[in-house]
Structures are given as C-alpha cells and as structure tokens.
Ligand binder design. Structure first.
Ligand code: ADP
Ligand code: MG
Length: 273
C-alpha cells in the first residue's frame, strides 16, 4: 500500500480541524477528496504532506512519515498546494527544473521538455513567471511538482490540492487525463482535492466526501454523489442523472434554496472508520 492514514487528527491553535480520518491508497489508485469550503481538505492534505503536526498515523510504503529522510521523501512524494506564489523573475523552464534534483538537473532534461509539452506550457518556456495568467501558472506548478517524482523508482504518491481550479475546460481535461495516465500507466497513487463534482465522477476511482473535518462518506461516484448526501454536506439541491458513459452527473436545481452556511454536520452522518 502506498499511503495508509489512520485516525488522523489535526488541531490548529487548540481548535480541532480534522477529526480521526482513515484512508488508504494503493499503487495506481486515484482518490478524489470533495467537500465544501472549510471542510478541512487542505488541512488533511497538508498533514499527509508532513507540513502540519498531526495525531494518528500517516505511512508511505509502510514507513511512518517522520521516519523518512527528506531527500528520499522528495523523490517518492510530490505535493501541489492550493496556492503557490512565485514572485521571483524565473522563467517557466527554470521553475520546472526546480522540481528536478541537482543530480538530474540539466538544460536538456527530456522530462522537463515532456512535461512542458504535456501541460501546454512549452510555448511559454522563456517567459517570466510573474507575468503568466492564473491558469498558466497553475499548469506550470503542476509541471514542477510532477518533475519531482517523474522518473523515481519505487512507489510514488502525488498530492494535489485543487490543481484544476484556475483552468479552462480543455486544460482541466488535459490535466486530469495526464494525472489519470500517471496513475494507470505508471502506478502513481494520487490523492486530489477537487471542487468539480462532475470531473471527479469521471476521473476518480473513488471519492471521499468531507465536512467539518470529518469523513462523511467514501466510495464510488454513484455511492457518494447522491442528492441526499449533496444536500447534507453542501446544503444544495441537485438532481443526479446518468451520462451515456455510465458516470453520474450532478445538476443543481436552479432557484432552489442553498443552505451552505446553515447546514451543520449531523453527527449521524460521520462515517464510521
Ligand atoms: N492556520 C490556520 N489557522 C486557523 N484556522 C485555520 C488554519 N488553517 C485552516 N484553518 C481553518 O480550518 C478549516 C479548514 O480549512 P481548510 O483545510 O483550508 O478547508 P478546505 O480546504 O476544505 O476548504 C477552515 O475553517 C479554516 O479557516
Ligand atoms: Mg482548500
């Protein structure tokens, strides 16, 4: 198993943000994490990344996170945070190269070229990063993050926090196709926070739904994206219809009341681990 999270809790300034989460990922699996703003998705991801102190256990390839040497961890696990600010006058190509270790760094690194092609930023390679659009910056950050683990031997884990939030529909599909290909063809285990329920339904192997720091439900798209759960977790009313390809599609009901701020988590909805 690539990732095994047991009873993970995170507190910040004495308030509990994440409560007793369990989840696991096998090689080649793509798990998408859903939930409303403030549900604790980024906090959970940051704890799994080792950026926040946590209670419980996070192990990668059977070894607890704290036992990994940083240089080894960097080759097996890559993290794309929700927000990355690059204000240095670096070019696109230089930023992708930052993802390569010194050993692999070089001007003609084929991995850097391939990732720039795959993420449609090759034409921007000599541009300075601060002048890029939001979507271009997001694709660049993903290229840098992927460069870090691209040709590492052994099990690999990719943690992505809303990696398509700034992208147009074509680039969303391009990025998610690439991430899925990395999972299915190269065995990378992926945990990706998403907001778009319909993209999650199409691209994920499994979904996990969080609210108020708890795991509310996990399973297939059809298990998780039900009108009842969407109402409970997000406080909005939607139909769920079946697409020709067999995926569920969530269609919000226009004009129906939205109770996003008013819908506290009913304790009975917390999923037993
Ligand atoms: N450093 C922090 N200090 C105080 N509160 C925080 C901090 N980080 C996150 N929170 C709070 O924890 C909750 C979960 O945040 P977050 O994990 O970013 O949610 P999500 O990614 O699901 O939108 C939010 O209410 C947020 O305000
Ligand atoms: Mg977040």
């Amino acid at each position: 198993m690539v990732l095994c999270v047991k009873n993970l809790s995170v507190s910040i300034e004495r308030s509990r943000i994440v409560h007793g989460i369990d989840c696991h990922l096998h090689e080649g699996e793509l798990l998408m994490l859903l939930g409303p703003n403030g549900a604790g998705k980024s906090t959970l991801l940051r704890a799994i990344s080792g950026d926040l102190a946590y209670g419980g256990s996070v192990s990668l390839s059977g070894r607890e996170l704290g036992e990994w040497r940083p240089e080894h961890l960097a080759r097996q696990r890559a993290v794309m945070p929700q927000r990355v600010e690059v204000n240095f006058p670096l070019t696109v190509e230089e930023v992708v190269q930052l993802g390569r270790s010194e050993l692999r760094a070089g001007m003609n690194d084929p991995v850097v070229d391939r990732l720039m092609d795959d993420l449609d930023i090759a034409h921007l390679r000599h541009r300075l990063v601060p002048g890029l659009s939001g979507g271009e910056q997001q694709r660049l950050q993903l290229a840098r993050v992927l460069a870090q683990i691209m040709d590492s031997p052994g099990e690999r884990l990719l943690l992505l926090d809303e990696c398509t939030s700034a992208l147009d529909p074509a680039h969303q599909q391009m990025v998610l196709d690439l991430v899925r290909r990395l999972a299915k063809e190269e065995g990378v285990a992926v945990l990706a926070v998403m907001h778009d329920l319909n993209l999650a339904a199409q691209f994920a192997d499994r979904l996990m739904l969080m609210k108020a720091g708890y795991r509310v439900h996990s399973g297939s798209a059809w298990d998780v994206l039900t009108p009842d759960l969407l109402e409970t977790v997000y406080g909005f009313s939607a139909r769920v219809v079946e697409l020709e390809e067999g995926y569920p599609m969530v269609v919000p009901r226009r004009g129906a009341p939205v109770r996003a701020q008013l819908a506290p988590l009913n304790p009975s909805c917390r999923q037993a681990s």
